[in-house]
Ligand binder design. Sequence first.
Ligand SMILES: Nc1ncnc2c1ncn2[C@@H]1O[C@H](COP(=O)(O)OP(=O)(O)O)[C@@H](O)[C@H]1O
Ligand SMILES: O=C(O)C1=C[C@@H](OP(=O)(O)O)[C@@H](O)[C@H](O)C1
Length: 287
Amino acid sequence: MSRMSREPLCFVVTGAQPRQRAAPSVRCPTPRPLAGTDRCPVVVGVCRRRSGVRKAPLVPLSERLVLSTVEDGVVYQQLREKLHGASVYLVGMMGSGKSTLGAYLAKALEYAFIDTDVIIERTLQKSIPEIFAQDGEETFRDVESLVLESLQSHVRTVVATGGGVVLRQRNWGTLHTGLVVYLNGTPDMLAKRVQGGAGRPLLSNTMHAPADSTIPEPAAIEALSARLAEILSEREHFYRQADVTVELFPDCSVAETSRAVAAKLIRFIEENPSASSKHRRQHSSAS
Ligand SMILES: Nc1ncnc2c1ncn2[C@@H]1O[C@H](COP(=O)(O)OP(=O)(O)O)[C@@H](O)[C@H]1O
Ligand SMILES: O=C(O)C1=C[C@@H](OP(=O)(O)O)[C@@H](O)[C@H](O)C1
């Protein structure tokens, strides 16, 4: 990402109060049309001039966040500075994009990326369906908790967790050593993304199209959606313990969703200044 070559410009997330600091002597780039679609999060860029703050045109908002390729690098740089090394934990249902988005976000932030499911598979030398079938879900959850605990000492890491990590209160001890982001998608959207449920044992009893060509795809998606809705209803109140929630839209790209996550995190840290320093307190009290 060639963010260092970007023209400097100040940037705040919609809804956050502009920070009162001396306006830097930067030249605001010519406003460009904001990218994105009606459904995708849009972020508002704010150019500061010596004379004050000038909002980039447009921006229907409320929960809509900024989006503009010009600001992209600046958003991630700003978030990186605000995080002070704190890790970011992604939680959400199967198919919400934790692994895909996590890898993208980590790269943009120049953070390490860890997928707990991958560590579990490497540790036990088995695939997740094999672990569920041979050892049972409880064993999987035990190993998941241990893997998660081992990440407490990590800094500057984006962690993609498994969808069920929120179920054990003990796991929240680790999750809250960093910033927790809930990726919230509808069961219908998730159903289209989980590739028939393959590799996800909790969906394996649900009929799925790729394995059974006699089942029309809409019926398969409907069945998966119903199962995902059932699981979500048991978990939603746990997911809501996250620091921020990012709504997912089917027609938003990974890059757009990642930007929305970054923008929400910036706003959260601005509103909760101690949020990103909690991991430093933990580390200093441990040493
Ligand atoms: N923002 C997105 N836009 C489009 N497809 C996505 C997006 N995020 C994830 N996907 C797709 O959805 C599927 C599930 O994503 P994944 O990262 O495996 O979810 P999780 O790790 O939460 O189970 C993948 O095929 C991925 O390419
Ligand atoms: O929701 C769950 O309980 C699970 C989600 C999976 O991870 P993804 O959320 O990455 O699919 C995996 O950890 C396991 O199949 C259990």
